[in-house]
Design a protein around this ligand. Structure first.
Ligand SMILES: Nc1ncnc2c1ncn2[C@@H]1O[C@H](COP(=O)(O)OP(=O)(O)OP(=O)(O)O)[C@@H](O)[C@H]1O
Ligand SMILES: [Mg+2]
Length: 230
């Protein structure tokens, strides 16, 4: 079977009026099933841009990207949601929780967007909320949760749907050391046991040892790659 994600000479140039920003330059990566890959690099090096293209949220300026063998760079805007729904779950840097919905309802909505509803969704949502340590906070609104708890709701929402590809932008950014590692260990467990492909953009050097592979970005390129001992 094809690898979860393969890119060839992926590039992204943002155009703001007359100013052009080259955010990505010729990225070639192969991301495999069952691996947890860290995307490190200074602010502005292109981590979020790359993650957004891998997640089919943003289109590259040039180059190709294939998701399980489906070439997506040339697909129409209307076909991208279908690819995302089938293959990808995203954990956003700013959580993207709906403020008027409880933690549980946020997870249920994420499942609904993946076509999972009813008792199956309820069972998964409850199990995942318990898994991230929020069984007793299920019916709280986001505003009544701490930053770290909100982050864990976002993680639960992404994991509940069983997507084979999980992309996370700074998922431990708002968490203390112990909770950050817990979230990472959960992602790792999922990747290993269920052969998912997990890519995490982060500044957090404290969790570097938890990755199978680390890609270091600088000025829109991958400058270095290291296989972890994890
Ligand atoms: N929508 C946009 N329009 C124009 N330029 C953008 C846009 N988004 C990002 N950029 C630029 O592209 C470059 C890469 O940004 P990106 O957000 O991918 O970096 P990052 O590595 O995620 O940084 P951080 O660690 O601060 O989150 C930066 O120079 C940024 O200013
Ligand atoms: Mg970023």
């Amino acid at each position: 079977m094809a690898d979860p994600i393969v890119t060839r000479e992926l590039a992204k140039i943002y155009r703001e009026g007359k100013i052009e920003v080259t955010a990505l330059e010729s990225i070639d990566v192969v991301l495999q099933e069952g691996e947890v890959v860290g995307l490190f690099g200074p602010s502005g090096s292109g981590k979020t841009t790359l993650l957004s293209i891998l997640g089919c949220i943003l289109r590259p300026t040039s180059g190709s990207i294939s998701i399980y063998g489906n070439e997506v760079a040339n697909l129409g805007e209307d076909q991208l949601p279908g690819i995302r729904k089938r293959f990808i779950s995203f954990i956003f840097q700013g959580f993207n929780l709906f403020p008027a919905l409880t933690a549980y309802e946020n997870v249920m909505l994420g499942l609904k967007m993946k076509g999972i509803a009813g008792q199956d969704a309820d069972r998964r949502a409850q199990a995942m909320m318990t898994e991230v340590g929020l069984a007793d906070r299920m019916h709280f609104l986001p505003r009544d949760l701490s930053g770290g708890q909100r982050q864990r709701v976002a993680v639960a929402r992404a994991l509940a749907a069983d997507s084979p590809i999980i992309l996370a932008d700074e998922p431990t950014g708002n968490l203390d050391y112990d909770n950050g590692r817990k979230v990472m260990e959960l992602l790792k467990e999922m990747a290993t046991a269920q052969r998912r492909c997990v890519v995490v953009a982060t500044h957090d050097n404290r969790i570097e040892d938890l990755f199978d592979r680390v890609l270091y970005m600088e000025d829109g390129s991958i400058r270095q790659e290291k296989r972890g001992s994890a």
